[in-house]
Write a protein that binds this ligand. Structure first.
Ligand SMILES: [Zn+2]
Length: 90
């Protein structure tokens, strides 16, 4: 079972698309359309914005988050945002 990836301090999370039946491995490489936004039910799209950075936006509510191009898989994305949000949880 794929655990949602929390992206913001407000609790926005990335869910897998219903077509995947909620099953997805953290080792899987992020596609251009990686899944759905927990809050609004829209879907996310990933764009390259520079050599070093990617931007992921929700196509419904316009949530925007950035991450580095070193993030390749769902697991990388989970670790990136877990580390990023850690200071906020203390
Ligand atoms: Zn949204």
């Amino acid at each position: 079972m794929f655990n949602p990836i929390t992206l913001t301090k407000y609790g926005d999370a990335l869910l897998t698309p219903p077509a995947r039946g909620g099953y997805l491995d953290d080792e899987e490489v992020l596609p251009e359309l990686p899944g759905d936004h927990s809050g609004c039910g829209g879907n996310f799209a990933i764009f390259k914005i520079s050599e070093g950075w990617r931007r992921m936006t929700c196509r419904r509510c316009n949530l925007v988050v950035e991450f580095t191009s070193q993030v390749k898989t769902y697991g990388d994305l989970r670790k990136y945002f877990t580390d990023k949000l850690k200071p906020l949880n203390n």
